[in-house]
Design a protein around this ligand. Sequence first.
Ligand SMILES: *[C@@H]1O[C@H](CO)[C@@H](O)[C@H](O)[C@H]1NC(C)=O
Ligand SMILES: *[C@@H]1O[C@H](CO)[C@@H](O)[C@H](O)[C@H]1NC(C)=O
Length: 309
Amino acid sequence: MAQTAALFLILFGCCSGLRMLQINQRPIIGILAQESDDPDLQYGKSYIAAPYVKYLESAGCRVVPIRLNLTRDEYERIFYSINGILFPGGAVDLETSSFAKAAKIFYDLALKAFDAGDYFPIWGTCLGLQLLVTLTAEKDLLVNTDTENIALPLNLTTAAASSKMFQNFPPDLYKAMSVEPLSANFHHFSVAVQTFLENEKLNKFYSILSTDTDRKGVQFVSTMEGIRYPVYGVQWHPETSRFQWKPDMAFPHSPNAVQLSFLLADFFVNEARKNFHHFPSPEEEKAALIYNYNPQYVPASSYIQVYFF
Ligand SMILES: *[C@@H]1O[C@H](CO)[C@@H](O)[C@H](O)[C@H]1NC(C)=O
Ligand SMILES: *[C@@H]1O[C@H](CO)[C@@H](O)[C@H](O)[C@H]1NC(C)=O
């Protein structure tokens, strides 16, 4: 018995070829901060809404805030220290903001890393999805849509059932997603389905998993995933179902909405468990974690709690 255990340890300890069988049980995911001119978010030069932090932490990872205006070298150092990145929602320019510029550095590094066998997942929520589309298409293709404060069912495409994101979902939840309004929409712009289908760069890169229709009849991309690369985007806000509570806002809090929110967080944290980047030292890791910052209670904002930097 002891011998078998020892042999097992030797095999797994020595053979780097077996690394694919291992998972990183202590993943750390970065969340990119964003600048804002919203008066409710003026307690710092940039911010991260706490619901995104809780969303990721709920599935068993730790979070590192990534601040704006760092040098390229500093971003690269962070990239090789973390296991994935989330681009949150918000309201800044998709090409000229400090947020967009930092995101491009991580996006380019992640694609290059993947091609070299280093799996680094990216998740974009709302503005984050729009940013991913802009990075991939290399231009801003958004159209104005009437999609502020509305919960919608997801119009799942035929690709959804076998997608990385949804393939392991319980059948009951999968069915509910297309009939119950489980997705919270808070956006004024979208990627129209037609624009997406006409753009070769987007077609080659992403598969559309769900679409939705705005109040005026424009069909837009609501969920997408990279075909080759581990890049995922939702135009809606899964984190709101569990962590945002304004009664006048269309945050779905039904058991199915809560389960959907958890399963997507769980999916993405599992993606990050496939990455083995780490901080150069435990001290550097400690100094980078979100625990070094206290979220501020901002009752006027729908986020409720926000980290300011
Ligand atoms: C980033 O740099 C720009 C240009 O120097 C500056 O206007 C902005 O306030 C900085 N943002 C943050 C969050 O420090
Ligand atoms: C769902 O998507 C299909 C195309 O994939 C479209 O024909 C249909 O109109 C959409 N339904 C809604 C309610 O948006």
